[in-house]
Design a protein around this ligand. Sequence first.
Ligand code: HEM
Length: 381
Amino acid sequence: MLNGWVVSVVFITLLVSLCNPRGVSDIKTLDFSQTHTHTLFSFLSTLQYDFYRESCPNAENIVRSSVANIYSHHHDISASLLRLFFHDCFIQGCDASILLDPITGDETYSTEKQAIPNLTLKGFHEIDQIKEELERVCPRVVSCADILSLATRDAVVLAGGPFYPVFTGRRDSTRAYFKEAMADMPRPDDSINRTLYLFATRGLDERDMVSLLGAHNIGKIGCQFILNRLYNFSGTNLPDPSIDPEFLNQMRSKCQEKENNDNSGSQDHMSPASSPVSKEASVEKLRRSTLDMSYFQELSSALSSEGGFDTHYYKSLLSGRGLLYADQQLMANEKTGRLVQGYASDDGSTFRRDFARAMVKLSVLDVLTGSQGQIRERCGY
Ligand code: HEM
């Protein structure tokens, strides 16, 4: 009994420090602080540590071993789940609404999955796999929202990222939010002001945002998301002037190399970099070939050290080598630029600590609990 109290007190203390390492006054400097301080803290009364300890005692172990098994075959599961989780939590909270499939026969119903920013998300099948395993042991007990939260944490740790506590007891949404995903997901070509605004409306401050973007330390980026930067920035027909010139050439040739490989044998292939006449047609071709979602370029890891959870993302921003415009924009604001500088200049421990804290904040955004929502039998519907 006493042990239980001690554990609770330790966790509440840890929680408060993780949620608000710099004091509530810091959070309140944001325009939307009143609402979102509430959003951030409302989970304290509802989510719990080890929520399934009685209803499905093995739940967290099952998630952990499934993720480890998937990871042993596909290391890219960590990046896939981390991105999927971010896209779920950012729109109407961590409620697994991102996992819902379109309803067959109902053309009027659009899901979050179908929204443009979500078209290249991966990891759905793996979450379904874990859910199936859990359904065999504890039918209709463990929510898809909790599975995604736990699996993401476990996958981050496997990729060399920091451990952070995941509180459970989330329930699943009964609907998806297509319009909200179209309007409110940050875009790769967003300015720093718009990105800051979108994060602030969710109670995530500059430090949270800059550390969360460190997720771009791992994974892949399709060339489609940087083509405008490489060839036609803001309709100028010129590259983004903020790109380091040597890096521009590297990115162009990496993307082109991939396109060449994909099209070897194709008769009408043209190189965008080779002649001005062929440029437009080739860029269009590059863009089209990316739309089939099979065109991924491992630029991050190709142009960095190990591609793990270290500080290479921040170091690359310092030298003008961010992949997305939105990444590089972190250097265009004094406060975010200072944070980048700070993360880049130690052994990675500051970034890892802040990333862990920010992931806890992200993971409790607008959660459904108690009798809200539902526990889905399958995550897709
Ligand atoms: C300004 C905010 C952000 C923008 C504009 C953005 C945009 C993107 C884009 C365009 C990609 C490439 C996707 C593809 O090629 O299919 C990507 C990849 C990725 N993003 Fe973000 N992102 C943002 C923030 C975040 C955050 C906060 C996280 C996680 C906490 C995250 C995690 C990832 C991961 C892990 C990948 C690699 C996915 C993979 O390899 O499967 N992103 N992001």
